[in-house]
Write a protein that binds this ligand. Structure first.
Ligand SMILES: Nc1nc2c(c(=O)[nH]1)N[C@H]1C(S)=C(S)[C@@H](COP(=O)(O)O)O[C@H]1N2
Ligand SMILES: [Mo]
Length: 406
């Protein structure tokens, strides 16, 4: 990302907000002309992200955090990764926004205004872990195409909304319902409006969980535009691609939803492990459901230098998809020996858990701290890259930071 370039241009359009000021002579804009303020903008200003966030792609916008930026217990917007498959919707009118529930397995199609959703149903708040299925992709070998996420495509914000279950009950669904697929207002990169950038969803059992929300608030405020304003599906613990942003309709399907990015190698992995580089048959690919156990050291920042004799207090978060984290350990000798961290309970199901430990180093020199979580089924994070798959999903290898004791 050439920062200097867009800072220069952003100055020209510094009055432009995300939704845009009203363009006074809009009627006179030549067809196909893109106003300067939209041509190149500073993503950090545009999305209110911290300047230390990393831009991986500008079209569509994909932005990730660094481990040390994720230190907060509840992730604030400025450190939250953005993953887009298409173009963020423009000119959203909350007064005319509706959500339609249809599909083979509804008794009758029904449409709700935002106001209906906000007033007719009870609201709930949960802190929910959302991790992109491709987080950690950059480590795959042979490499996997797609955004080269390192460790920062994960967040755990507080979401407020209504239970998807309450809505489905209100609509009335048939016994043969299998899946709930979302459709959203973002546009396909090609500009072809008949195509959707992404249309995924969750099986009925996940849709019916207490914590599966149709959210209108994130961290007690309107959801930021980039994260799905004004209405977003949030299915914590699953690949975040299941959590549709800018949702305009939900289809209750009598089969596994077959929308964009539900098939082929998208968000699917070989049902059984394969050797790196293997071509896998379509019927041998399985949809990713619950995310695997994982953790992140968020303090100190990798590369920290400490004085000999100093006791270093490390901290971070651990999560395990639908499961809970039962044990958290660290190693300072490249995984030869492990010691326990103190591990907290989650704020609610599907929220990440905080850990900390006090570390003494035996003498001066270079060390790495490796962190390893174990889920409540006894599964541990692998020390190095786990099962290769064509699109580089589910890298839950131990997080490692470098420390110099001087
Ligand atoms: N409508 C829509 N919803 C979407 C996406 C998208 O491109 N369009 N991307 C998905 C993917 S792949 C991820 S990882 C998460 C990212 O959520 P965030 O940008 O709020 O962090 O949103 C999901 N929901
Ligand atoms: Mo994703």
């Amino acid at each position: 990302m050439k920062r200097r370039n867009f800072i220069k241009k952003a100055a020209l359009g510094s009055t432009a907000s995300v939704v845009g000021p009203s363009i006074v002579f809009a009627d006179f804009i030549p067809k196909g002309y893109v106003p300067l303020f939209e041509q190149d903008t500073d993503p950090f200003k545009l999305f209110q992200k911290d300047a230390e966030m990393t831009v991986l792609n500008e079209r569509p916008w994909n932005i990730e955090a660094k481990a040390h930026l994720l230190d907060d217990d509840i992730t604030p917007n400025k450190y939250m990764f953005i993953r887009n498959n298409g173009i963020i919707p423009k000119n959203i009118d909350v007064n005319s926004w509706t959500l339609t529930i249809d599909g083979e397995s509804v008794n009758q199609k029904k449409t709700y205004s935002l106001n209906d959703l906000k007033t007719k149903f009870r609201q709930y708040t949960y802190q929910l872990t959302l991790e992109c299925g491709g987080n950690g992709r950059s480590e795959f070998d042979p490499p996997a195409k797609g955004n080269q996420w390192t460790v920062g495509a994960v967040s755990c914000a507080k979401w407020t909304g209504i239970r998807l279950r309450d809505l489905l009950v209100d609509v009335g669904i048939k016994d043969n319902a299998v899946y709930v697929g979302y459709h959203a207002a973002d546009a396909h990169l090609s500009g072809d409006d008949s195509k959707e950038p992404i249309s995924r969803g969750v099986p009925i059992a996940k849709a019916m969980q207490d914590e599966t929300l149709l959210a209108f608030k994130m961290n007690d405020q309107d959801i930021p535009l980039a994260h799905g304003f004004p209405l977003r599906l949030v299915a914590g613990g699953w690949p975040a691609s299941a959590s549709g942003k800018w949702v305009t309709s939900l289809s209750v399907r009598n089969k596994v939803h077959d929308g964009a990015k539900m098939t082929g190698t998208a968000y699917r992995i070989p049902c059984n492990p394969v050797a790196p580089g293997t071509k896998v048959k379509d019927e041998d690919m399985c949809i990713i459901e619950s995310m695997p156990v994982k953790s992140l050291i968020t303090y100190p920042k990798s590369g920290a230098i400490i004085k000999n004799g100093y006791v270093l207090a490390i901290r971070g978060h651990a999560w395990a998809g639908e499961l809970t984290v039962e044990k958290m350990e660290y190693s300072i000798d490249f995984g030869s020996t492990w010691k326990n961290c103190t591990l907290e309970k989650p704020n609610n199901r599907l929220a990440w858990q905080h850990f900390n430990a006090n570390i003494k180093f035996p003498k001066k020199g270079y060390y790495e701290i490796w962190a390893r979580a174990t889920d409540n089924n006894g599964k541990k994070q692998p020390m190095l890259l786990p099962g290769w798959n064509p699109k580089g999903y589910l890298n839950n290898a131990c997080h490692r930071i470098a420390i110099k004791v001087s």
